[in-house]
Design a binder for this molecule. Structure first.
Ligand SMILES: Nc1ncnc2c1ncn2[C@@H]1O[C@H](COP(=O)(O)OP(=O)(O)OP(=O)(O)O)[C@@H](O)[C@H]1O
Ligand SMILES: [Mg+2]
Length: 408
């Protein structure tokens, strides 16, 4: 009996080598050589950076665009080519690429820049230690190094909005102004990449003007464009005939309807392929795509919920408990929960803000309902299954008296 099961599993694994040909091209880190529909953006960034090859300093550049519009991929491609050209011409160019989301403090970003510039390898006395220096001392050491070694630096800060949200724009101020302190032969230019269009408004006005000497916006992909991107990627990732055109159209339609996000489209395909691999089949079907979408949505909801603040979690639990979904009732339940856990409740105004955020994330929807002579009221509807909420909150021991009370 055991033998039968094992044989079936292994045989189907062998058979299913007919689906995925190259797994790596479906991962998030993969940058394709050919980026469709981004010629204009690629040329514009390359044009701006090309002055380096003529011994000039490029303007600082700010790139905006919604998630999955190819910003990171395009910048990485341009930089790789530029770097090769600069090497051929013996131009001392360095391009540290930092993701501000991964470095959780502004100091950590300085440390990473120092590491990527090899300061800590090449310098004995003037290292930027992992910890211990003031921000200004660390910045000075980086700038001194650039001056002494006479190098040209293009510093790319991806997801730059998360740096500013953490009050890190001092770094940006120092670096955008640094060129006034070093000569034109050595410089540091900045490329900031952000997926928040309102990010610029949060910047200190002094930083804003110098950081956005040039700006470039990446527009979301249309459904037709997503289809072509997927067809292109499928050729690399899958064996012939493993992905029917109807499946590609469905992926493109789902990702296009939501945000025009190429990452989402490729993710759908990857997860669907993994689901298909587990069943005995030679091709991905539309059902696999739909299951993949459900899986991605529930994984995202799990992430959001389990990383929420205590009060956001309490609010979600209050929405579960409230019968008619009106904001008044939800707030009353929330207050009861707070007193049960001996927590100071947030104001109703703050609650309304959080409700707005949850609505934007797609966890709930809010509707204004007309109640005739009783006026209008807001009704809140939950979009996550109660079992998923319980699952995401079950490790929060503070909440267990409330979570345990909820029936599925
Ligand atoms: N024009 C394109 N052609 C082929 N693949 C693309 C294209 N644009 C994006 N992709 C793919 O989509 C995924 C997301 O792209 P990328 O990481 O560049 O998006 P982004 O704009 O930086 O998003 P975020 O703001 O979330 O960081 C990558 O896997 C990339 O390979
Ligand atoms: Mg990116």
């Amino acid at each position: 009996m055991e033998d039968d099961i094992l044989n079936t599993i292994f045989d189907s694994a062998i058979k299913n080598k007919n689906i995925i040909k190259n797994r790596q091209v479906l991962t998030i880190d993969y940058v394709p050589d050919k980026l469709l529909f981004r010629t204009k953006e690629t040329a514009s960034i390359a044009q701006s950076l090309s002055v380096i090859l003529k011994k000039g300093r490029p303007s600082n550049l700010l790139i905006f665009g919604k998630p999955g519009t190819g910003k990171t991929a395009v910048v990485k491609n341009v930089i790789e080519h530029l770097y090769k050209k600069a090497n051929e011409l013996d131009i001392k160019l360095r391009v540290p690429f930092i993701n501000a989301k991964n470095s959780n403090t502004p100091y950590k970003i300085l440390y990473e820049i120092a590491e990527l510039l090899d300061i800590n390898k090449e310098e004995r006395k003037m290292q930027v230690y992992f910890t211990g220096l003031s921000m200004s001392e660390a910045t000075d050491r980086i700038l001194d190094f650039i001056k002494r070694k006479s190098i040209k630096v293009v510093l790319v800060i991806d997801e730059i909005d998360s740096l500013v949200n953490r009050k890190g724009d001092d770094i940006l101020y120092n670096f955008t102004r640094a060129n006034e302190r070093i000569s034109s032969d050595q410089f540091i230019s900045l490329i900031g990449i952000s997926n928040s269009l309102t990010f610029k408004d949060k910047l200190d006005p002094r930083v804003k003007s110098s950081l956005s000497e040039e700006e470039l916006v990446f527009n979301p992909y249309t459904v037709e464009q997503l289809k072509e991107i997927l067809v292109d990627r499928c050729k690399l990732a899958f064996y012939d005939n493993a992905v029917p055109i109807g499946v590609i159209n469905l992926c493109a339609a789902i990702a296009g309807k939501e945000t025009g996000d190429a990452r989402k489209a490729i993710d759908l395909l990857r997860v669907a392929a993994e689901i298909a691999e587990r069943s005995i089949t030679m091709e991905i079907t539309e059902d696999h795509i739909r299951s993949a979408q459900q899986k991605i949505d529930s994984d995202t909801n799990f992430e959001i919920l389990s990383n929420s603040t205590l009060h956001t979690k309490l609010l979600i639990l209050s929405i579960v408990k409230a019968k008619n979904g009106s904001t008044g009732e939800i707030y009353a339940v929330y207050q009861q929960y707070c007193s049960k856990l001996e927590q100071e409740p947030l104001t109703q105004r703050r609650m309304t803000q959080i409700i707005g955020e949850l609505d934007q994330l797609g966890l709930i929807t809010t509707n204004i309902v007309n109640q005739g002579r009783y006026g209008r009221t807001q009704r809140i509807k939950l979009h996550i299954h109660i079992s998923s909420i319980k699952e995401a909150l079950k490790n929060d021991s503070l909440l267990s008296p409330i979570v345990d009370e909820i029936n599925n």
